[in-house]
Design a protein around this ligand. Structure first.
Ligand SMILES: Cc1cc2nc3c(=O)[nH]c(=O)nc-3n(C[C@H](O)[C@H](O)[C@H](O)COP(=O)(O)OP(=O)(O)OC[C@H]3O[C@@H](n4cnc5c(N)ncnc54)[C@H](O)[C@@H]3O)c2cc1C
Length: 505
């Protein structure tokens, strides 16, 4: 198999022998593709299968391009934004940063990895507005396994994310069980079914009868409840900002370049590929070649890449559409089904509320509440119904929604919550996959050099470490190795196969 990045390194070497370019360019080229760099054996570049690229054509084009660019001030440009990067990650939230970390940690100097992020303050990113919960209690095996991977990662976070000479990261992980409640026989059956699967996969989850629930949580009202399900390990919450800061800092320390800029479009090129009819004939196909980035100074700057990863969270649908996904014919007519959906989080105070053994309570109404520290502070929320979905143009909060939707459910379950007070609130966007509310991970079937890692819809931060590892495997090994995530690829959308997760919060 011929690899794109090998080809390009090779091209540079030949170019050095054959063209007498300006010293400036050679300096930059050798720092980007240092001759000591080796592509690890078996490195797979997505979309670069045999016959996908005409090697000679790429070499010749590279010669011509590089010769031209020898006259430009590349050193200066590169300080802000590289002209090319083997992998460009679009979006530097927790998913993009996790991919950057896992990938760079694995490939080291043999590939350049660049992250394009428009807002280094992350003021509207889902990551920083999330409530940072981790649970094992899902209905899809893939989601359970993603959580298990992340739980192990969090346990060993100091090993993964420490940087020499700096304080090891502390994401302030607080163990806290999730408690799911069932009121009907159908929901109780579902809970039993899920618990069997969770146990099969090694998760420690226990079913509690009504009496056991009453004994364990005497301050709660279980009059309308049949059973509950509680996680015994690998559940809790952490500080999302601290996780993002640690992941990003580690990625940077390994050599990942973060560019502050906004993705505004793509440039394409034709490449020849064998016709699928086996005739041995070739046809021209469009391929993603460069991403246009609008820098802080307003200038647009293209970055050439071998593959890009669309990790722009709730905006990843927008970025896909910039590449024409959802706008063409056939496969290209199908959009990436990810969009922002606004979710409110209310911080409440109830001095007489439950304390240490209060779980992350998921009421059958979907209302959730958990402790925030130990002195009567909690955070809570609920996902609205389709009819209640709020306007997404601004991140303002609807306090009425708490009054009429959330508070009654809380007070019904924990009578002490009749006396709570809302102290503050915020809103954030779920990276909502309106097809089936699960992550979409893997190459686009037409633009094979765009990889999706998006759409987790409310469980993305806990799965980010596992997603980072999975995308790395896809790039380096050409397949998922640790967790088989094939069912979560874009193909399921083309085929109309929804993978429903029963436990969406
Ligand atoms: C209220 C709330 C509670 C949540 N609770 C949980 C929870 O308990 N557990 C859990 O696992 N998950 C939770 N989530 C979901 C979780 O936060 C997300 O799934 C996760 O953070 C997604 O990460 P991301 O990196 O994909 O997206 P983001 O964090 O949104 O990052 C995407 C980045 O892309 C950048 N970007 C977008 N467009 C462009 C562009 N054109 N050019 C350049 N950059 C661009 C953005 O600036 C942004 O920084 C919650 C979310 C919300 C809103």
């Amino acid at each position: 198999m011929m690899f794109w990045s090998i080809t390009r390194i090779f091209a540079r070497r030949i170019q050095c022998q054959n063209f007498s370019l300006k010293k400036k360019w050679l300096g930059t080229a050798s720092s980007q593709f240092a001759s000591k760099d080796k592509v690890p054996s078996g490195v797979y570049m997505p979309g670069a299968g045999e016959g996908d690229y005409n090697v000679k054509e790429i070499l010749l084009k590279d010669f011509a391009e590089n010769k031209e660019r020898g006259t430009e001030s590349i050193e200066e440009d590169d300080q802000i934004c590289p002209k090319e990067s083997d992998i460009v990650i679009l979006g530097g939230g927790i998913v993009g940063s996790s991919i950057a970390y896992f990938l760079k940690n694995r490939v080291q100097n043999s590939m350049n990895v660049t992250v394009v992020e428009r807002d280094p303050t992350y003021s509207r990113a889902s990551t920083c507005l999330s409530v940072g919960g981790l649970r094992q209690q899902f209905s899809l095996p893939e989601n359970i396994q993603l959580s298990q991977f992340s739980a192990t990662f969090f346990r060993k976070i100091k090993e993964h994310l420490s940087i020499l000479g700096e304080e090891p990261p502390d994401i302030q992980f607080q163990p806290c069980s999730y408690l799911f409640l069932a009121t009907s026989e159908t929901s109780a059956e579902n809970i039993f079914k899920q618990q069997r699967l969770q146990k099969e996969l090694g998760a420690k989850v226990e079913i509690l009868t009504k009496r056991q629930l009453q004994e364990k949580f005497p301050y709660m009202n279980f009059s309308d409840i049949l059973i509950g399900s509680i996680g015994l390990e690998n559940e809790g919450y952490f500080d999302p900002w601290l996780l993002l800061a640690a992941m990003r800092a580690k990625a940077v320390s390994l050599g990942v370049k973060y560019v502050r800029g906004e993705v505004t479009g793509f440039r394409f090129k034709d490449h020849q590929m064998a016709k699928p009819d086996g005739s041995g004939m070739f046809m021209n196909q469009k391929k993603l070649d460069m991403v246009d980035v609008k820098l802080e100074d307003g200038n647009h700057h293209p970055i050439k890449f071998a593959a890009c990863v669309n990790a722009a969270g709730c905006w990843s649908g927008e970025i896909a559409s910039m590449a024409g996904i959802g706008k063409g014919k056939g496969i290209q007519s199908v959009p990436l089904p990810v969009e922002p959906r606004k979710r409110y989080v209310y911080a409440v105070h109830c001095p007489d509320g439950p304390s240490l053994n209060f779980p992350m309570l998921i009421d059958y109404t979907g209302t959730y509440i958990r402790r925030e520290g130990l002195s009567g502070h909690y955070i809570c929320g609920v996902s609205p119904t389709e009819e209640e979905e709020p306007d997404i143009s601004a991140l303002d909060v609807d306090y009425e929604y708490f009054q009429h939707k959330i508070w009654p459910a809380l007070a019904n379950r924990v009578p002490a919550f009749n006396c709570l007070k809302v102290k503050s609130a915020w809103a954030g966007y779920y990276d909502y996959n309106y097809f089936d509310q699960n992550v979409i991970i893997g190459n686009h079937p037409f633009y094979k050099n765009m990889i999706f890692a998006t759409g987790s819809s409310g469980h993305g931060i806990q799965h980010a470490p596992a997603i980072g590892n999975a995308v790395t495997e896809l790039i380096v090994d050409g397949e998922f190795k640790t967790i088989d995530l094939k069912r979560l690829s874009f193909e399921r959308i083309l085929e109309g196969n929804t993978l429903k997760e029963e436990e969406i919060v």
